[in-house]
Design a protein. Structure first.
Length: 679
C-alpha cells in the first residue's frame, strides 16, 4: 500500500544539503519549485545532471518516500551515477527509489504484471543476437533461403521492425523511407513480423522493444494497473527528454495521470536521434500536452569559453522549431574558434595532425583532444595521416576505417586481381556470393590457384566443382571479373573500386546491413583516396600497413594517452579541451540524405551545435576545397559556416583564397588553387 507523506516547507526542515549554496539560481529554482508538470530546458554544459540529483535529494529530505519517486534515464551508466550522487548527498542510499532506464523500469513492472499480457513472470529477454536468430528461424519456415538469393538479412528486418514499433509508424512507409528496394516484398516482411511476434509470445520471451510496447499496452488496457502505478509515483523525473520516442513519451503521460508531478529535463537543441525514432515533438509539445506546465531554463554554461558559446548561440538561432535559449559563459575569455579551408582532404588531415602535435607539446594531453565528424567515412584521410605520424587514437562510433568489413571486402577483390594466388582474398570474396560456402570456396580456389591473371581465371571450367546454387554465385563473380580483367592495363585503381561498388556487391550490402548507405559512402571514399596511387601493388601494400597499425594501436600501454576520433552522435554528452570538426562541406554536412527528410536541415544544424558545444577552450572548423583529384570537383563550405557571423571566427589561411560559395566559382573569383601534387 502506498504511504502518503506531507511535504515539509523549506523553512520547517533542517536539510543536510545547503541547496542555496551548492546550486546557481537557475538550478535552485528547479530544485525547490518544480511542482506539477515542469519542463527544464537544460543547455549544453549547464549542470542538468546536478540539478536532477539535487531535486531527488530535496524531495527525499522533504519527506517523500523514495518508493514514490521514479527517475528515468537513457543509459545504465547515467542511472548508476545519479543514484550514487543522491546517496553521497544524503549520506545513505535512498532505499526503494525507482531509478533506471526506460527498459529497466519496464522490465521490472512487466515481471509483476506479466500474466495480464499472457506471459509468465520468468519471461526471457532476447538480446539483439537472439532476436536476429529468431527472425532467421521465421525466414526458414517461410522457405526463404538467404544463401540462395538476395533477401533482407535478419539484421535488416530487425532494424525495420524496431523502427516501426518505436515510432508506431506504418511498415510500408518505413520500408519506403529506409529501404525502398524492399517495397516489392513488403507482404513477406509483414508475414515475418507476425510470425516473429507469435514465436516470442509462445516462447514466453520479449525483445527490448517489447519492454516498451508491452509496458504501454499494460497501462492502456488495464486501468487498475495504471491507477496503481500512477498513484504510487508521486514524482516522475525524466532525463534527456528530447531523445524519447513515441512509446516512451506515452508511458510518461500515462504514469503522470494522477499526481501530475512530472519533471522532464532536456535540450531541444540537442535532439539528434530521429534515425532511432526519437521525436523532437515530445519536448516541443510538452507545454501543450501538459496544460499549465512550468518552463525553467538552465542557460549558465560551465564548459566552454565565451567565444565558443557566441558561435554556438549564433548557429542554433537559425532553427525555427525550438525553445530559444542563450548559453551564458562562466569561463574567462580565450581565443576565437578557427575556420580552416584546406586545398584537399590530405592537406586538411596534415594541418589537423600538426595542430594536435603542437597542442600536445604545449601540455594538452591527447585524450583531451577530439576530432569529430558527421559520418564515419570522413575520418579516412586523417586516420592515414595519424598512422604515418605514429599517433595512437581511439575510434568511437564504429570501427576504424581500414578495419571495416566492407572495406576489406573490396580490397580482397583488388588483391585477387593483383595476385590470383591469394588464398585468403579468394575465400573472402567467394563467401560473399550466394550459394557458395566454405567447402565449395575451398574447392574453387584449388581449381584456380595456378592462374596467372583474371583472364586465365575466367577460362577455367568449374563444372565439376560448382553445385547448381554455387553456379549462381560464381556467375555473379564472373560478371564482375569480366569488367576487371583488363585492370592492370586500362583501369585506374579508383575505377576498379567503383566497378566493384556498382556490381552485385551493392545488392549484398543492402540485403545484409541496415546501414548499407553508410558503407557505400565508405567505399566511395576509398575510391577517392586511391586516386593518389598509380600502382595497385603499392596501394595494397599501404592498405595492409594501415591494418597492421590498427592492430598494434588497439592496446597502448595507457589508453588514456589516445587521441579521440568520434562521430558527433557518439560525442554527445562529452567534452574536450580542444575539438576539431572536419569535412564541413555542403555535400557532407549537412548530410544530403538527411536533408530529404522532414525537419532534416534543422536536425543537421542541431548536430553541428552539439559538436561545437563539446569544446571547452579551442575549436577548429576545417574543410577541403577540392573533393576529388580525378574530377577536380570543388566543394563549397557547409551552409552552416556561411550562416556564421565572420566576426566570430578567425580564419587560418592555408590557401590564398577561401571559397565561401558557388557564386565565387561561377564569377571566376578564385585567384589561387595550389598544385595538388605538391601537397
Amino acid at each position: 500500500m502506498t504511504k502518503t507523506f506531507v511535504l515539509q516547507s523549506a523553512g520547517n526542515k533542517d536539510f543536510k544539503v545547503d541547496y542555496k549554496k551548492e546550486l546557481n539560481n537557475e538550478q535552485y529554482q528547479v530544485v525547490t519549485e518544480a511542482e506539477g508538470p515542469c519542463l527544464v530546458l537544460a543547455g549544453a554544459g549547464s549542470g542538468k545532471t546536478r540539478t536532477i540529483v539535487y531535486r531527488v535529494a530535496y524531495l527525499i529530505e522533504r519527506g517523500v518516500n523514495p518508493e514514490n519517486i521514479l527517475l528515468v534515464t537513457f543509459t545504465n551508466k547515467a542511472a548508476r551515477e545519479m543514484l550514487l550522487r543522491v546517496e553521497q548527498l544524503l549520506g545513505q542510499a535512498p532505499a526503494g527509489l525507482w531509478g533506471g532506464t526506460f527498459h529497466h523500469i519496464g522490465n521490472r513492472i512487466l515481471r509483476k504484471y506479466a500474466a495480464k499480457l499472457g506471459y509468465q513472470p520468468n519471461f526471457t529477454i532476447l538480446d539483439e543476437e537472439d532476436s536476429k536468430d529468431l527472425i532467421k528461424v521465421c525466414l526458414k519456415e517461410e522457405d526463404i533461403d538467404l544463401k540462395a538469393r538476395r533477401f533482407p538479412s535478419p539484421a535488416v528486418i530487425k532494424d525495420l521492425l524496431s523502427y516501426v514499433r518505436n515510432s508506431q509508424g506504418d511498415l510500408e512507409e518505413v520500408i519506403n523511407l529506409r529501404h525502398p528496394k524492399w517495397l516489392k516484398i513488403a507482404d513477406k516482411i509483414k508475414k515475418i513480423s507476425l510470425k516473429y511476434e507469435q514465436k516470442k509470445q509462445s516462447a514466453n520471451s520479449m525483445d527490448f522493444d517489447d519492454l516498451l510496447v508491452n509496458w504501454l499496452k499494460l497501462l492502456r488496457n488495464f486501468p487498475e494497473v495504471k491507477d496503481r502505478l500512477a498513484t504510487q509515483f508521486n514524482y516522475i523525473l525524466v532525463d534527456e527528454y528530447q531523445d524519447t520516442n513515441y512509446l516512451q513519451a506515452e508511458v510518461v503521460k500515462e504514469l503522470a495521470g494522477v499526481h501530475h508531478n512530472v519533471l522532464v529535463v532536456g535540450d531541444d537543441a540537442q535532439s539528434i536521434y530521429s534515425f532511432r525514432a526519437a521525436d523532437i515533438g515530445n519536448i516541443l509539445n510538452f507545454p501543450k500536452i501538459f496544460t499549465g506546465a512550468k518552463i525553467f531554463r538552465l542557460e549558465t554554461n560551465y564548459r566552454s569559453t565565451p567565444e565558443i558559446l557566441k558561435l554556438a548561440n549564433g548557429v542554433i538561432e537559425n532553427n525555427r522549431e525550438q525553445f530559444p535559449k542563450v548559453l551564458k559563459p562562466v569561463l574567462a575569455s580565450f581565443v576565437k574558434p578557427n575556420v580552416v579551408p584546406a586545398a584537399s582532404g590530405s592537406q586538411e588531415a596534415k594541418y589537423i595532425v600538426e595542430q594536435i602535435l603542437q597542442l600536445n607539446s604545449e601540455g594538452v594531453p591527447f585524450n583531451k583532444m577530439a576530432v569529430l565528424f558527421r559520418a564515419a567515412f570522413h575520418s579516412q584521410e586523417l586516420e592515414f595521416e595519424l598512422t604515418k605520424k605514429d599517433i595512437a587514437y581511439e575510434y568511437r562510433g564504429g570501427v576504424r576505417f581500414f578495419e571495416r568489413s566492407h572495406v576489406k571486402d573490396v580490397l580482397a577483390f583488388l588483391k585477387v586481381i593483383n595476385n590470383p594466388a591469394d588464398e585468403v582474398a579468394w575465400h573472402r570474396i567467394l563467401n560473399l556470393q550466394t550459394g557458395i560456402g566454405e567447402v565449395t570456396a575451398a574447392r574453387i580456389y584449388q581449381s584456380l590457384k595456378t592462374a596467372k591473371d583474371i583472364a586465365e581465371v575466367l577460362s577455367f571450367n568449374l563444372d565439376d566443382v560448382l553445385t547448381p546454387k554455387a553456379e549462381l554465385g560464381w556467375q555473379s563473380l564472373v560478371h564482375i571479373f569480366n569488367k576487371l580483367k583488363g585492370a592492370d592495363k586500362n583501369l585506374k585503381i579508383e575505377e576498379l573500386i567503383r566497378t566493384v561498388i556498382k556490381s552485385n556487391y551493392k545488392d549484398y550490402l543492402e540485403a545484409e546491413y541496415p546501414n548499407f548507405q553508410e558503407r557505400l559512402d565508405d567505399l566511395e571514399q576509398l575510391a577517392v583516396f586511391s586516386e593518389k596511387y598509380d600502382d595497385l601493388n603499392v596501394f595494397l601494400s599501404e592498405m595492409s600497413l594501415q591494418e597492421s597499425f590498427s592492430a598494434s594501436a588497439k592496446a597502448p600501454a595507457d589508453k588514456g594517452e589516445q587521441l579521440i576520433l568520434s562521430t558527433i552522435h557518439q560525442a554527445k554528452g562529452l567534452e574536450w579541451q580542444a575539438v576539431f570538426i572536419i569535412n564541413l562541406t555542403d555535400n557532407s554536412f549537412p548530410n544530403n540524405r538527411a536533408l530529404a527528410e522532414d525537419g532534416g536541415l534543422e536536425e543537421e544544424r542541431r548536430l553541428f551545435y552539439v559538436a561545437i558545444t563539446r569544446a571547452q577552450k579551442q575549436l577548429f572548423l576545417t574543410y577541403p576545397i577540392i573533393a576529388s583529384r580525378a574530377s577536380m570537383y570543388l566543394n563549397s563550405p557547409s551552409q552552416f559556416l556561411t550562416e556564421i557571423n565572420a566576426n566570430l571566427l578567425e580564419e587560418v589561411k592555408l590557401i590564398e583564397k577561401t571559397i565561401w560559395n558557388r557564386k565565387d566559382l561561377n564569377d571566376g573569383n578564385v585567384s589561387y588553387l595550389p598544385d595538388l601534387d605538391s601537397l
